[in-house]
Design a protein around this ligand. Structure first.
Ligand code: 5AD
Ligand code: SF4
Ligand code: FES
Length: 356
């Protein structure tokens, strides 16, 4: 195990991620953390500039067939008040997001099979016909043919967090899930040409810096292009109600390490960070992050997308959040991006040759 300073030097030399230097950074002492954050902030500035990408988040259904142990929307939580926006409402919300200046919408839901391959494809086509928006989907695990249909319909990106790559921890958290199957979904999405997003939660029970190092290595092998990480926040109506949960500091260390390993990736300052601390998102933006995903979900259903308690923006409307986040970005000396913020793919001469 390398001392902190040596580990940071290895990271700044853009060495391939290895446990020997990832672990001392992910588990660094409080007095070392500011140096890690500053290094990541420098790499962010060099590779992304001052622009922060905004993605308008539409939580279109909180219906879910799964039983993830950490999540308030799990099917066993009978207390969750379920809703589903109609296709027309989803398209109207996307148009509203475009009017507010967003260039991307993220369509997020639980694993709700009412949205069949064809229904969802029709929604994607309708949004593409009515707007100039980039579309990111975040609707869980589906089969490859469904992902292919959605891609053909015009979806640009897909987010599917792996949550953890530790097999025992994954199994304990997902009574109805399978790590290999979830990994296969990500391989399929990558093969289909989606801009590929994944991520993990921080502070899961039994998770250590070593576990997170394994996650970083796997996401690097996968070729992740967008990586969302947030603290685990225990929900009272779930089996993990008494767990300790993650902290802002633990999560910032991971955000910073991800920026060092993935200079070109899109890294969001997540809502969960803002929910744990009033300046949580700003702190992430100053430790490597370059994306924020303000909520544009219609006000009536917003409080119902309760994956964890204490979620911010529940009583605010889309216009308010747009203004709020712009002010926060400017307050830390950053700018709001005006382009679509597509993932940058670096094609080398060798890659081109290999394709022929
Ligand atoms: N705390 C923090 N994040 C959570 N998620 C689900 N439940 C929780 C929780 N209790 C995250 C998962 C999921 C994303 C949409 O929300 O990582 O992929
Ligand atoms: Fe469903 Fe996603 Fe919550 Fe799991 S994390 S229960 S798949 S909404
Ligand atoms: Fe929603 Fe600040 S981003 S109130």
């Amino acid at each position: 195990m390398l001392p902190f300073a040596d580990a940071l030097a290895r990271a700044l030399a853009f060495a391939s991620p290895a446990r020997g230097w990832l672990v001392p950074l992910l588990g660094c002492a409080e007095e070392d953390a500011p140096r890690l954050y500053a290094a990541a902030d420098g790499v962010r500035a060099a590779h992304q500039g001052t622009d922060v990408q905004l993605r308008g988040l539409i939580e279109f259904s909180n219906v879910c067939r799964k039983n993830c142990a950490y999540c308030g929307l799990r099917v066993a939580n009978r207390g969750a008040d379920r809703y589903r926006l109609t296709p027309e409402e989803i398209v109207a919300t996307a148009r509203r997001a475009e009017q507010l200046g967003y260039k991307t919408v993220v369509l997020q839901s639980g694993e709700d099979r009412w949205f069949t391959a064809e229904r969802m494809a029709a929604i994607i086509r309708a949004i593409k016909a009515a707007t100039d928006l980039a579309i990111t989907l975040s609707a869980g695990e589906r089969d490859r043919r469904t992902y292919a249909r959605w891609r053909e319909a015009g979806a640009d990106r897909y987010l599917l967090r792996i949550e953890t790559t530790d097999p025992a921890l994954f199994a304990a958290l997902h009574p109805d899930g399978d790590l290999a199957a979830r990994q296969q979904c990500l391989y399929d999405l990558r093969d289909l040409g989606y801009q590929l997003g994944t991520g993990v939660m921080v502070g899961l029970p039994g998770q250590t810096p070593d576990t997170l190092a394994g996650d970083v290595i796997w996401m690097h092998e996968l070729g992740a292009e967008m990586i969302g990480v947030g603290p685990f926040i225990p929900h009272p109506d779930t089996p993990l109600c008494d767990a300790a949960g993650g902290t802002v500091e633990q999560t910032l260390r991971l955000v910073a390490v991800l920026r060092l390993v993935f200079p070109y990736a899109h890294l969001p300052a997540t809502t969960a960070m803002g929910s744990l601390h009033p300046l949580g998102r700003e702190r992430a933006l100053q430790a490597g992050a370059n994306v924020v995903m303000p909520n544009v979900t219609p006000g009536a259903v917003r409080p119902k997308y309760a994956i964890y308690p204490g979620k911010i923006c529940l009583t605010d409307d889309a216009e308010h959040c747009r203004g709020c986040i712009t002010g926060r970005i400017h307050a830390i000396g950053r700018t709001v991006a005006t382009d679509h913020g597509h993932v940058k793919r670096v094609t080398t001469i060798t890659d081109t040759n290999n394709k022929e």
